[in-house]
Design a protein around this ligand. Structure first.
Ligand SMILES: [Zn+2]
Length: 256
């Protein structure tokens, strides 16, 4: 019997553009990353597969990986989706539902506010290998809001997707990956699986409501990405240093 997965990397992307900064990866780099992935031993699976695997309901091939995008930038449609579609890779696109069709006007957004996909575009993408899923309503840190806002952001964004796309969402991503005990409890009430921003690889022991992901900004160095795909250990300390710098750029200041 072939080996089965004990750990599943979940890739985290934001914008695929030339915008620069910690939440952008250039289109050519993204395409090269995906091409190397396609040439590797990895199988790309959906978050639904990860959920079933985590629950012990199904096994996945030893080298399995899932792909996620946060925020729903228009550049996903232009630069990411054509590559994913050509390679047949499923992905999950987390969108702040009340910002659809607008811009990233939230804390930590890029200076030149990048446009976000609108509902007609999201409807088309959702039918084409992409699972559109909620990322809250207004892209606020869930640790900074009161209980009623918490429900609105977590349950409300699920209702928005049901209304707009006629689908039930079972996966969630809190903005900035920020959660506390009440946010986790509310997420647990409405979703099977939620992904965070802690850099790491998910195992069956990971919290299903705060799964670690791989910050793909770090793997723009394609040699480093190839090493990861080959299962070679990396320069973990350098990684941690870089991620700390990235996180300081994209996380909100502390809300006391
Ligand atoms: Zn976000």
């Amino acid at each position: 019997m072939s080996k089965v997965a004990t750990r599943v990397p979940i890739l985290m992307f934001h914008s695929i553009s030339e915008a620069g900064g910690p939440t952008s990866i250039a289109p050519a780099t993204f395409e090269a990353m995906m091409t190397l992935l396609a040439e590797s031993d990895y199988h790309v699976v959906s978050l639904q597969d990860v959920s079933s695997w985590h629950e012990g309901e199904k096994n996945l091939p030893e080298k399995s990986m899932a792909i996620t995008f946060d925020d729903g930038f228009v550049d996903f449609r232009e630069h990411a989706h054509p590559v994913l579609e050509r390679l047949g890779f499923p992905s999950t696109l987390f969108v702040p539902t009340r910002k659809a069709g607008g811009k990233e006007d939230w804390y930590g957004g890029h200076d030149a506010k990048r446009p976000l996909l609108d509902w007609p575009d999201l409807q088309i993408l959702d039918n084409a290998l992409v699972d559109v899923a909620p990322h809250g309503r207004h892209h606020v840190a869930l640790t900074s809001v009161d209980e009623s806002q918490l429900r609105e952001e977590i349950a409300g964004s699920k209702q928005d997707l049901e209304a707009q796309l006629n689908k039930t969402s079972t996966h969630f991503a809190p903005p900035y990956g920020q959660v506390n005990a009440s946010a986790l409890a509310e997420i647990d009430r409405h979703y099977e699986l939620s992904v965070g921003v802690e850099h790491g690889v998910a195992t069956r022991d990971s919290n299903i409501h705060d799964l670690p992901r791989l910050e793909m900004f770090y793997y723009q160095d394609l040699k480093r990405w190839q090493d990861f795909l080959d299962g070679k250990g990396g320069t973990y300390l350098a990684l941690r240093r870089l991620l700390r710098a990235v996180r300081q750029r994209i996380k909100p200041v502390s809300y006391a």
